[in-house]
Design a protein around this ligand. Structure first.
Ligand code: NAD
Ligand code: UFG
Length: 338
C-alpha cells in the first residue's frame, strides 16, 4: 500500500519539487499550506508533471492544532515532511516574533499533534544558516552552530527541540536536513521559484535580469578573499534536494533515531561563476555591477556532504549549468510566476 506523507509547506518552492519526487517514488503526498508564500495553482502543474492526480491539498496553518488533529484522524498518514515556515533573513531581523511564531511554535504544534496521533516519522527543513560563519569549509555536521540572525536561530531551536523529543521516548525517526543553497527548477519548466517582490537571493535575481525585468545584477562585494573576489556558496539543484528528502524518508521509515545531515554538493561556486553559467544557459549577457558587501554575508562556505552519501546513499548529481538551464526554462516560460 502507498504510504501517505503529510507535506507542510508543500505548495512552496522546495516542497512542490519534493512532492514530485515523492509521487515518483510511490508515496502519496498530502499538502498542508496556508499559501502565505505560494499558490494553489501549483497543484495542476504537479499533476501535469507526474501524470498522476493532483495531490490532495488542504489550505491551513501548521499552528492550527485542531486542524492537524482532524488531518491525522481523517487520513492514514505514515510520515511528515515539514517545510512550512518563513525564510527571509532580513525580515526575521525586522520582525523576529513572526519567525519564532511560524517556525518555532508551528514546529512544536506539529510535533505535538504527531505525537498524539502516533505518527513519529518526521523530516525537517533546516538550513546551513545554523552554522553562521564557519571556521572552515567544507562544513561537517559536527561543526559549531552559531546562527547570526533570528531566522537561523529559529531553525536551530527547532533542531534542538526535535532532538530532545527524539531522545525522550522510543519510536521517533527524525531527520534534520541542513540545506545549503537550493536553486534551479524542475526540468519541465512548469514549476520553480517565484519570490514576491524584489528577490533577495542570487539565482532569482539573475533570472529576472536575464528575462528583462531588472536592468542589472548588483554583485554584493568584489573584494572577498575568494578566487574572483565574489562570495562563494554551495548551490544545489532543487530536484537533487527533493531526491534527498525521499532518501531521508526511506531511511527514517526503516531506522529509528535521530539524523542530522547536510544536503549540498560539496563544491563552492562564486557569484561570477553563477552569472557565467546563467549566460551560457540563456544565451544573453547578464549585466552586472560590483557593489559593496551585503551586511552579514559570509565570504565563502560549502558543505561536507559525505555523511548524506554514507548514510542515505544520496549525492547531488546535477551541475551548476543544469541548475541555470532549468531556472531559465522556468523563468522564461513563466515570467510572472504561476
Ligand atoms: P517557500 O516559502 O517557497 O515555502 C514555504 C511554504 O510554507 C510556502 O508555501 C508557505 O506558503 C508555507 N507556509 C509558511 N508558513 C506556514 C504556516 N504557518 N502554515 C502553513 N504553511 C505555511 O520556501 P522554500 O524555499 O520552499 O523553503 C522551504 C523550507 O526550507 C523552509 O522551512 C525554509 O526555511 C527551508 N530552507 C530554505 C532554503 C532556501 O534557500 N530556499 C534554505 C534552507 C532552508
Ligand atoms: N548575491 C549578490 N547579489 C544579489 C544576491 C546575492 O551578489 O542580488 C550574492 C550574495 O552576496 C552571496 C551569494 O550571492 O555571496 C548568495 O546569496 P543568496 O542571497 O542567494 O544566498 P545566501 O547564501 O545569502 O543565503 C541562502 C538563503 C538563506 C539560507 C542560506 C543557507 O537565503 O535563507 O542560503 O546557506 F539560510
Amino acid at each position: 500500500m502507498k504510504i501517505s506523507v503529510l507535506v507542510t509547506g508543500g505548495a512552496g518552492y522546495i516542497g512542490s519539487h519534493t512532492c514530485i519526487a515523492l509521487a515518483e517514488a510511490g508515496f502519496t503526498p498530502i499538502i498542508l499550506d496556508n499559501y502565505g508564500n505560494s499558490s494553489p495553482k501549483v497543484m495542476e502543474r504537479l499533476a501535469r508533471i507526474t501524470g498522476q492526480a493532483a495531490p490532495l491539498a488542504i489550505e491551513g496553518d501548521v499552528r492550527d492544532r485542531a486542524l492537524l488533529d482532524r488531518l491525522f484522524a481523517e487520513h492514514e498518514i505514515g510520515a511528515v515532511i515539514h517545510f512550512a515556515g518563513l525564510k527571509a533573513v532580513g525580515d526575521s531581523v525586522a520582525d523576529p516574533l513572526s519567525y519564532y511564531d511560524n517556525n518555532v511554535y508551528g514546529s512544536l504544534v506539529l510535533a505535538a499533534a504527531m505525537r498524539s496521533a502516533g505518527v513519529r516519522t518526521l523530516i525537517f527543513s533546516s538550513s546551513a544558516t545554523v552554522y553562521g560563519e564557519p571556521d572552515e569549509s567544507p562544513i561537517p555536521e559536527d561543526a559549531p552552530t552559531r546562527p547570526a540572525n533570528p531566522y537561523g536561530r529559529s531553525k536551530l531551536m527547532v533542531e534542538e527541540a526535535y532532538g530532545d523529543l527524539g531522545r525522550s521516548e522510543p519510536g521517533w525517526r527524525i531527520a534534520l536536513l541542513r540545506y545549503f543553497n537550493p536553486v534551479g527548477a524542475h526540468e519541465s519548466g512548469l514549476i520553480g521559484e517565484h519570490p514576491q517582490g524584489k528577490p533577495n537571493n542570487l539565482m532569482p535575481f539573475v533570472s529576472q535580469v536575464a528575462v528583462g525585468q531588472r536592468p542589472h545584477l548588483t554583485v554584493h562585494g568584489g573584494d572577498y578573499p575568494t578566487p574572483d573576489g565574489t562570495g562563494v556558496r554551495d548551490y544545489v539543484h532543487v530536484m537533487d534536494l527533493a531526491e534527498g528528502h525521499v532518501a531521508a524518508l526511506r531511511h527514517a521509515l526503516a531506522h529509528e533515531g535521530l539524523l542530522t545531515l547536510n544536503l549540498g554538493t560539496g563544491r563552492g561556486g562564486s557569484v561570477l561563476d553563477v552569472v557565467a553559467a546563467f549566460e551560457r544557459a540563456c544565451g544573453k549577457s547578464v549585466p552586472r555591477v560590483i557593489g559593496p558587501r551585503r551586511p552579514g554575508d559570509v565570504p565563502a562556505y560549502w558543505a561536507d556532504p559525505s555523511a548524506a552519501k554514507a548514510v542515505l546513499g544520496w549525492e547531488a548529481r546535477r551541475s551548476l549549468d543544469q541548475m541555470c538551464a532549468d531556472s531559465w526554462r522556468w523563468q522564461s516560460g513563466n515570467p510572472n510566476g504561476y
